[in-house]
Write a protein that binds this ligand. Structure first.
Ligand SMILES: CC(C)(COP(=O)(O)OP(=O)(O)OC[C@H]1O[C@@H](n2cnc3c(N)ncnc32)[C@H](O)[C@@H]1OP(=O)(O)O)[C@@H](O)C(=O)NCCC(=O)NCCS
Length: 188
């Protein structure tokens, strides 16, 4: 599935994607994802980091756009933490388990490092095996465990993990997973 930078032509498909997600999945994005003005403003946002979507070209319409089936963003934190980028990732529940989450996350790591961010973080629900495996393989490790920090759909309290990727420390690991080569290529 092609992964493309979010542009104005994909905003309606992205809104439809967010609208189709269970509420619990939408909360990972931490922004007003069902508000059209908010989502459209992202397409022209020039702050460091970025936003990318996975597009199902099988659903390609005559207008040149297909269905959005995954989304990833890397957003710099404010103020004195603006060297830190936070990743937010979600894949359509019907398309999980085929490598899309991994591809989107790699894209965000490569672009985040290329943009000069020296630390990347992501928050995952402690029992979310897929998210933990995916980010660990990309060089992230657990940095904080926030106990009873979120409520799931049934109101149960769940732990939240903050995973971090210190770019300089993990450079050799990035080489090991092939991301170093991608960074070299994007720098030329
Ligand atoms: C986390 C998420 C993005 C993964 O998307 P995905 O497209 O299913 O991910 P992938 O197919 O690339 O799988 C990545 C790895 O997760 C693991 N995995 C996949 N499904 C799994 C499952 N059901 N249980 C345990 N591990 C699983 C595998 O190790 C897989 O690696 P592999 O390629 O070696 O098999 C998706 O589950 C999601 O959108 N979750 C809700 C939002 C969220 O938790 N976001 C993360 C924090 S922002």
């Amino acid at each position: 599935m092609p992964v493309v930078q979010l542009g104005p032509e994909r905003c309606d498909a992205l809104l439809a994607f967010f609208g189709s997600l269970p509420e619990g999945d939408r909360t990972f994005i931490k922004e007003e994802v069902t508000d059209p003005d908010t989502v459209r403003s992202w397409a022209t946002d020039s702050s460091p980091g970025g936003r990318w979507v996975a597009v199902d070209t099988g659903g390609e319409g005559g207008d040149g756009t297909g269905d959005v089936i995954g989304y990833v963003a890397v957003r710099p934190l404010p103020g004195w933490s603006d060297h830190v980028g936070e990743l937010r990732l979600v894949v359509s529940p019907t398309r999980r388990g085929s490598g899309l989450g991994r591809e989107l996350a790699r894209r965000a790591v490569v672009e985040g490092v290329s943009a000069g961010l020296s630390k990347l973080v992501v928050e995952v629900v402690a029992e979310q095996g897929a998210a933990l495996a995916l980010f660990t393989d990309l060089g992230f490790s657990g940095e904080a465990l926030l106990r009873d920090h979120i409520r799931d759909r049934s109101g149960e309290l769940r732990d939240l993990m903050v995973l971090a990727h210190h770019v300089s420390d993990t450079w050799s690991q990035m080489d090991a997973v092939g991301i170093g080569d991608e960074l070299d290529a994007s720098a030329t």
